[in-house]
Design a protein around this ligand. Sequence first.
Ligand SMILES: [Zn+2]
Length: 351
Amino acid sequence: MWQVIGQSRAVSLLQRGLERGTLAHAYLFAGPPHVGKMTLALNLAQALNCEAAEPPCGVCDSCQKIASAKHADVQIISLASNGDSAQAKSRAEIGIDQIREMQHSSSLPPFGGKYKVFIIDRAELLSIEAANCLLKTLEEPAGKAVFILLTINERLLPATVISRCQRLELPPVAIGEVEAALNSGRGIEPGKASLLARLCHGCLGWAISAALDDSLLQQRAEKLNRLLDIIDADYEERFAYAARLATQFSQNREVVQEILNLWLDWWRDLLLVKAACSDAITNVDLMATLVEMAGVYNLAQIRAVINSIQSAKEELKQNANPRLVLEVLMLDIPRKEGRANPTAQYSVKYG
Ligand SMILES: [Zn+2]
């Protein structure tokens, strides 16, 4: 049974290829983080090596070994598997040595299984030399090897690599499907499942991690509180915050993009509350705060903030000066003037 959830299009494509013997020798699974790319890749590796009549069965020796990462013919190449290459590690790249090793291994027949499967996680992190080396492997496919590249940003991959793979896009999973998956025997409280299904934006893996690890929801509360502090803050404080974010951005872009996504969700929720579409909001646990804030701003103000956050996100992606971009954003967030109770601090509690 295919275990990946909410990716029926990709699954039926692979299933058909399997039944007709028309599977490609290289795939590119593209989609946001935690959407199911690795699960699908491991499922495909199982399907290729399964011993049962209807692969992937999930229970045969081969399927179980793959699920527990103990199958000799299934290898995962990632930043983490980049053992000795200190140079590649310091650049946060998947290095050429890793791809050379893979190339060599792919030229040998499978040890015990039917196919060798090589999964390259975060393929966008391949160094230029590594990508060129991979290209040669993809151009001269070996008979019993299948390559699966996973990426969260295919724009960073050379077009020559993409064109040699069959590309499958894994879209975000629908809220209902995430919620159903969280509610099916995982022991997650339904209210929490409903919240996580909304917060994860279709990335089931994140929702499952957050259900198991409270620190993710704790971090969300902290980030939201900072947003609410900023709304109350004067420009000096806001600029100090922009400077801190800009420094953070130079160390880890994704963290700042996550904060901006969280802000975007918040202001979109305000818009939805304002438009009496509260059913569609993300932050379902903070309805009271949203309703209070929605009373303070008018529609035009909320829309303007949403536009500003979106522009900031886009400009950061295009390598604009982060401090400048974030300072402009700080100026664009309306102050609390006009609030019914301007001295009251908004705050979000976790738990
Ligand atoms: Zn099996």
